[in-house]
Design a protein around this ligand. Structure first.
Ligand code: ZN
Length: 590
């Protein structure tokens, strides 16, 4: 079956011989339950003068900053020219070298790719559907990267639909203008629902996989509203079409942005509750806003990409964190999230960041640079040593927005920073921005230098003056924990086992470790922190009996006062005209 199909396809493929692309891929899936995609990559080597040509697999996928080594899923690589075997050998973990001889015109490389990880960063195939993140399925030839790339798909006979943002050139045949476009265009194959709609006259499509109880009419109306609000930020849309691929599964895994599309994975029950539904819209807003921020308004390092190595930037707090902030702004502006709830949530988000010890250790810029080794590879000490550039970046985005609004007396906002970056670097210069250019954009829009802000809060770990900032907008900033005696142990525990230790807290000082199994405290069997603290106060000494590496040890822990904040933001009774003006610019009419 497999071989027979390949033979048929070889003939079929000859039809492409005269086209311009020097590299063409064919993806088949004759046995979907095996989870293997059968790939044929055809290279036009008629103009090659070297003794060999290399094919490579990407080591990572744009938008997800972790080396994933996609080559590990590749098997049975073979090369032939008109049916005769050609020598191909592996020269590095992700590079296959094909020997060339004079007179060779075309080489076909066949390989299998195992795909059984359904996340937005990987690929998947089973008897129900296939999902292709091209970075993880297709080999590429570096010298052909800047030119056109063709792709043909032969879906399994039971799969009737193929959804991708790639340009369709008839049937299930597609053309990408270069490697970046090919890699950045995921593909859904199966029998999913397809919904077409327009946003400001631009065709949009949702490829909706999985069974849910979604009200599709309302959902499409809300996605349309969201997309309109997102477009209003910059005021121009970079695409002539857009595709949302949605995977509705038991446990969602987030979203990944692409050049003309996104893949989002959510819980299939998310549509059942207002909070879950809001979460779906917020995820879509985040990914959709990436169309501008990161896909086009981008740091220098994030495009064109080096697919084999880490691509370092200080600016993920901006590209990811502020995208998260803008997702909140967009859902607030479209009226999905009431303003009061939005403000209360802001207080909770700020507290989360300020209560993370790592936020006072590693800067937002440092955490961005370290994404490859920290954010995507967390361990039990991560909370003590680093901060999520999503969470901190989102807070910094909010504070920077308020800073611009207050500096310009309510005439400018963060929207103007996006407009400026889009015009200057994407449209006019067709490139990313440098660290200095990003800072400059904030200075230009605010009409005053952002240097101190960047030095202290982006490249430094100093906390912004939240109280002062909110005061300018007519809000009182309070910490509900201030002045209260609140006992604190400084560890997290799961079924009696310590899972994390709060840096420099009581457990840390006592010498307790992650992994310790708490047997007794003050000679009473341990039954959870709440029960333990019910009749204790700050200053009490507790005798912990723990099992560490199978051996019992005892430690004296002195209960401390909580260092955790519980922030609240409340409007002052009679905001001044000036405060209301700033507030109106910040929150709009909602
Ligand atoms: Zn993102």
């Amino acid at each position: 079956m497999y071989l027979k199909k390949f033979a048929f396809i070889s003939l079929f493929f000859l039809g492409f011989e005269l086209s311009a692309a020097p590299i063409k891929h064919l993806i088949q899936m004759s046995n979907p339950q095996s989870h293997y995609f059968e790939v044929t990559t055809t290279l036009d080597v008629s103009k090659e003068t070297a003794k060999y040509i290399d094919l490579k697999m990407a080591a990572w996928t744009p938008g997800s900053y972790l080396i994933r080594e996609f080559a590990r899923n590749v098997e049975q690589v073979q090369a032939n020219a008109q049916g005769n075997a050609v020598s191909i050998s592996k020269v590095s973990k992700n590079t296959w070298r094909i020997a060339l001889k004079p007179g060779l015109k075309q080489i076909q490389v066949n390989y299998l790719v195992y795909a059984y990880e359904l996340s937005v960063r990987t690929s998947f195939l089973d008897d129900v559907h296939g999902y292709i993140n091209p970075a993880s399925v297709l080999m590429y030839a570096p010298q052909f990267a800047k030119g056109p790339q063709e792709l043909s798909i032969i879906p399994h006979k039971d799969f009737k639909k193929v959804s991708t943002a790639l340009k369709n050139v008839g049937g299930f045949n597609y053309l990408a203008k270069d490697l970046d476009e090919l890699i950045d265009s995921p593909i859904e194959i199966g029998n999913h629902k397809v919904w077409d709609f327009k946003v400001n006259n631009i065709p949009h499509q949702i490829a909706f996989f999985g069974q849910t109880k979604v009200d599709s009419v309302k959902f499409i109306a809300d996605v349309t509203k969201m997309a309109q609000e997102a477009q209003n930020v910059v005021g121009a849309h970079p695409c002539d079409h857009y595709l949302f691929i949605m995977h509705n599964i038991q446990r969602g895994t987030g979203g990944l942005e692409h050049l003309y599309s996104t893949t989002c994975s959510v819980s299939r029950n998310a549509y059942d509750t207002p909070k879950g539904y809001q979460g779906v819209l917020s995820l879509l807003a985040h990914e959709y806003f990436h169309l501008w921020n990161v896909k086009r308004i981008r740091p220098m390092a994030l495009g064109p990409f080096d697919y084999e190595n880490e691509n370092y930037t200080h600016n993920l707090w901006f590209s990811e964190g502020i995208t998260d902030y803008m997702a909140d702004v967009i859902t607030q502006r479209m009226g999905l999230v009431p303003t009061d709830a939005y403000i209360q949530n802001l207080a909770v988000e700020i507290a989360n960041v300020e209560n993370t010890p790592g936020s006072h250790v590693e800067s937002a810029a440092g955490a961005s640079w370290d994404a490859w080794i920290k954010y995507y590879r967390p361990n039990e000490n991560s909370r003590n040593s680093t901060i999520s550039y999503y969470e901190k970046g989102s807070i910094l985005g909010g504070v920077l927005n308020m800073w611009i609004i207050s500096q310009t007396k309510g005439t400018k906002s963060i929207d103007d920073v996006f407009k400026l970056l889009y015009q200057t670097y994407y449209l006019k210069q067709g490139r990313g921005f440098t660290d200095a250019e990003l800072e400059n954009a904030f200075s230009t829009v605010a009409g005053t230098s952002a240097a101190t802000f960047f030095k202290e809060h982006i490249y430094g770990v100093k906390s912004p003056d939240y109280a002062g900032m909110f005061n300018q907008f007519g809000y009182a900033w309070t910490d509900a924990n201030a002045g209260k005696s609140l006992p604190f142990l400084g560890f997290n525990v799961n079924v009696g086992r310590i899972t994390s230790i709060y840096k420099a807290g009581p457990a840390f000082a006592a010498g307790l470790n992650v992994g310790d199994e708490i047997v007794q405290v003050n000679q009473v069997d341990f039954a959870g922190v709440d029960k333990l603290l019910a009749d204790k106060k700050v200053g009490d000494v507790l005798k912990f009996r723990v099992k560490r590496d199978g051996i019992e040890r005892t430690f004296d822990l002195t209960i401390g006062q909580t260092p955790l904040k519980s922030f609240a933001i409340q409007s002052v009774e009679k905001p001044s005209e000036a405060q209301l003006k700033l507030r109106h610019k910040w929150l709009g009419g909602n």
